[in-house]
Ligand binder design. Structure first.
Ligand SMILES: *Cc1c(COP(=O)(O)O)cnc(C)c1O
Length: 372
């Protein structure tokens, strides 16, 4: 809930729609997906000394939010689901671990049953970063509503957008009340006006605006339509790429639940993958095909600012040492996956002819590389 004067309640209306559509008890809109992660970490009491296990393949917002609450981002390897590698998660648990944060990258999901089991066994918080998986499901439940809490981003590249915005979703009232207060300067929203509110804890301002919420309201009514188009286009492209024997596809714990924002596929070796990327570039058809391994934003290999602990203001020496330690670990298990992976973004506006042309050009590029 956001308090806006004069009875304007677009944000409240959107929260109600989110609860209904995604199937959670509570949601708290905020100004971005990153703000949603920071807010929910505060709401969960994650802070000084706590370690959060997150994947090596994610968006930089994951570790930004963890650092913003003074906790330690413990990146671990991913597997062929492009999400948390279960063995790596188990191996990373220490007495300081407080939370496991799967990131449902590129529209599809982590193995939620297994992660829930691990969290239950070790008494850990399960926090889903579902920012890239709006509308995706796991065994019938929407991603972001399965763990203790989950987040979406509504920035302009996400499946549903507010222009900018984000949300914390949870079935736990305590997390909701804390998120509601924290994202609005700690106001308890119980006073007759804002000046009369009490402040049980120190907050911050991560409010979404009414204008952004209004855009979100127009978008949420179209999510089903977006998903249906994505699924159709994804299937058509996959059929074409599946004719190449050297291609394998991302493992998806619940294929029916894939939101199909991307088609992620693997080639047999790093060398072949690099050559195919070079060939796509040479033919001017690389746009929309993401080779995350060489990308500065999404994979640990190129996070030099994290590896060197480059912050504008000083971190505590203790935190900085731990941050740098975890960023500079061996990620060869992830490298073996990510160096062979290409993700093709699925467009909502492709025609059948365009999909056929795109698919056939990619297949031709692979064949050219393979016969060299
Ligand atoms: C987009 C994104 C975020 C952050 O969202 P913003 O709204 O851009 O702050 C966080 N996590 C993931 C996985 C994302 O893709």
């Amino acid at each position: 809930m956001i308090i806006i004067e004069n009875g304007h309640w677009k944000a409240k209306e959107l929260e109600t729609e989110i609860n209904k559509y995604f199937g959670c008890k509570h949601s708290q809109l905020v100004s971005s997906g990153t703000a949603a992660l920071t807010t929910v970490m505060q709401a969960l009491g994650i802070g000084y000394g706590d370690e959060i296990i997150c994947p090596s393949f994610t968006f930089v917002a994951s570790f930004e939010a963890i650092l913003s609450v003074g906790a330690v981002p413990v990146m671990v390897d991913v597997d062929d689901t492009l999400t948390l590698n279960l063995k790596a998660v188990k191996a990373a648990i220490t007495p300081k671990t407080k939370c496991v944060m799967p990131v449902h990258m590129c529209g599809s999901m982590a193995d939620m049953d297994a992660l829930q089991q691990i969290c239950k066994e070790h008494n850990l918080i399960l926090l889903e970063d579902a920012c890239q998986a709006i509308g995706a499901t796991y065994k019938g439940k929407k991603l972001g509503t399965i763990g203790d809490a989950g987040t979406f981003s509504f920035d302009y590249v996400k499946t549903m957008t507010c222009g900018e915005g984000g949300v914390v979703m949870t079935n736990r009232e305590d997390i909701y009340i804390n998120s509601d207060g924290f994202s609005d300067h700690g106001h308890d929203h119980k006073g007759v006006d804002r000046g009369a509110d009490l402040h049980p804890f120190i907050g911050y301002n991560f409010r979404i605006s009414e204008l952004h919420a209004a855009v979100g309201l127009a978008q949420i009514s179209r999510v089903d339509e977006f998903l249906a188009t994505q699924k159709k286009n994804h299937a058509a492209l996959k059929n074409i790429l599946a004719t190449v024997p050297e291609i394998s596809f991302r493992r998806i714990p619940d294929p029916e639940g894939d939101s199909c924002t991307f088609l992620s596929w693997f080639l047999p070796t790093e060398e072949i993958t690099k050559a195919v990327v070079a060939e796509l570039k040479a033919q001017n058809i690389l746009a929309g095909n993401f080779y995350w391994y060489n990308n500065n934003w999404h994979y640990v290999r190129k996070w030099d600012h994290l590896k060197t602990g480059a912050t504008l203001s000083a971190l505590s020496p203790e935190l900085k040492e731990k941050v740098m330690h975890h960023a500079n670990k061996d990620f060869s298990v992830s490298d073996a996956v990510m160096s062979r992976c290409i993700s093709t973004a699925i467009s909502l506006v492709w025609t059948d002819e365009q999909i056929k042309e795109k698919g056939e050009k990619i297949v031709a590029a692979i064949q050219k590389v393979m016969t060299k």
